[in-house]
Design a protein around this ligand. Structure first.
Ligand SMILES: NC(=O)c1ccc[n+]([C@@H]2O[C@H](COP(=O)([O-])OP(=O)(O)OC[C@H]3O[C@@H](n4cnc5c(N)ncnc54)[C@H](OP(=O)(O)O)[C@@H]3O)[C@@H](O)[C@H]2O)c1
Length: 320
């Protein structure tokens, strides 16, 4: 089961034109061993990104996570599948939940030998909805884009899909693409602002997530049924500001605010992100402890540090 026409083990990749899936596609295509082949999944075969995947040498197929039959067909005959959902495209944890269920069912019915589910902690295990430390959002969540993913682990477990549960980390790319980059404060200084105090934030270059996922597929059997947390480095905000100063050659400072202040800030999804940072702050040992940098490097020997990632991306950091 699952070998392509060239005898390769086919990995079907959801989100192949995006950050996580894209990194995995590129990792598979760059591997000269030819053990694995890639099947990139897109909603639109004609899009420029899909065409880029074709030109890069990937098999590209159409599927939409909202259409179970298309996902089932896209997974058919694959040895492995990479499953991810897209909270920030719709802000709906319920949608993520349903889509994860579809992927787990399609993986089971297709008989795949290995699935990776890109998940996060269900923070309600530590901060139940009745806990007043942080507001409950959307009726029953603390950190909606975490909680629904964590709760959806059960679909893969209950169906007996041979799954590795991949706990990802904060993309450093958020400093470029997500509006979380440094901003000039009233005093004119460039400040990185998170409600993290002196606690460490596990971070990763988005591209490295897919590379680590590929390392998981290569390790195979030993990681089925396991949870693997990945990060490139665990850094305090002050350490990140120092690295920014050193690489960009101008002064950056870290400004820690309270979660309450962060909730009122002009950043996308401020309430949700304030709860997320508060969870990472209050449960640093749990959160950092679940993300092993050394093991991430074992999975992906080219794992970037923040300094390496910054050196490569310094021209893209907004310094408004
Ligand atoms: N930002 C962070 O720091 C961070 C950290 C950890 C986890 N995450 C999680 O990462 C997830 C997003 O992953 P990502 O960053 O890789 O996403 P992304 O870069 O935004 O990629 C999204 C891609 O997925 C495809 N897609 C969107 N909706 C789809 C659907 N209904 N069916 C099939 N494909 C669909 C789109 O491709 P086509 O247009 O080609 O179909 C799109 O290119 C989020 O759920 C987020 O919570 C983010």
């Amino acid at each position: 089961m699952g070998s392509g026409s060239a005898g390769r083990k086919i990995v079907a990749v959801v989100g192949a034109s995006g950050a996580q899936g894209g990194g995995l596609v590129r990792a598979i295509l760059a591997d000269q061993s030819e053990e694995f082949g890639v099947r990139a999944i897109t909603r639109d075969l004609e899009s420029p990104k899909a065409q880029d995947l074709v030109r890069a040498g990937a098999e590209v197929v159409q599927a939409d996570l909202d259409d179970f039959d298309s996902v089932r067909k896209a997974f058919d005959g694959a040895y492995a599948v990479f499953c991810v959902t897209f909270f920030w495209a719709h802000y709906s944890p319920e949608k993520e939940f349903v889509q994860a269920s579809s992927m787990a069912r399609a993986a089971k019915e297709s008989g795949v030998e290995h699935a990776i589910w890109s998940t996060l902690e269900d923070t309600r295990q530590w901060v139940p909805p009745t806990d007043s430390r942080m507001p409950t959002l959307m009726g029953k969540y603390k950190v909606p884009h975490f909680d629904a993913k964590g709760e959806a682990n059960k679909f893969f477990q209950d169906r007996g899909v041979p799954t590795t549960f991949l706990l990802t980390s904060f993309y450093w790319d958020n400093l470029i693409h997500f509006g979380l980059g440094p901003k000039r404060g009233p005093d004119g200084r460039l400040a990185l602002t998170f409600p993290m105090g002196d606690r460490k934030l596990p971070g990763i270059a988005a591209e490295d997530i897919g590379r680590c996922a590929y390392g998981i597929f290569k390790k195979g059997a030993s990681l089925r049924g396991r949870t693997v947390g990945i990060a490139g480095q665990h850094l305090t905000g002050a350490q990140m500001a120092t690295a920014l100063s050193e690489t960009l050659g101008r002064e950056f400072v870290f400004e820690s605010v309270s979660p309450e202040e962060y909730r009122r800030m002009d950043v996308p999804g401020a309430e949700e992100l304030a709860n997320m940072f508060q969870f990472k702050h209050d449960f640093q040992e749990v959160f950092c402890g679940a993300r092993d940098v050394a093991f991430s490097r074992e999975l992906n020997p080219s794992l970037q540090t923040f300094a390496t990632w910054l050196a490569r991306n310094k021209d893209c950091i907004p310094i408004g």
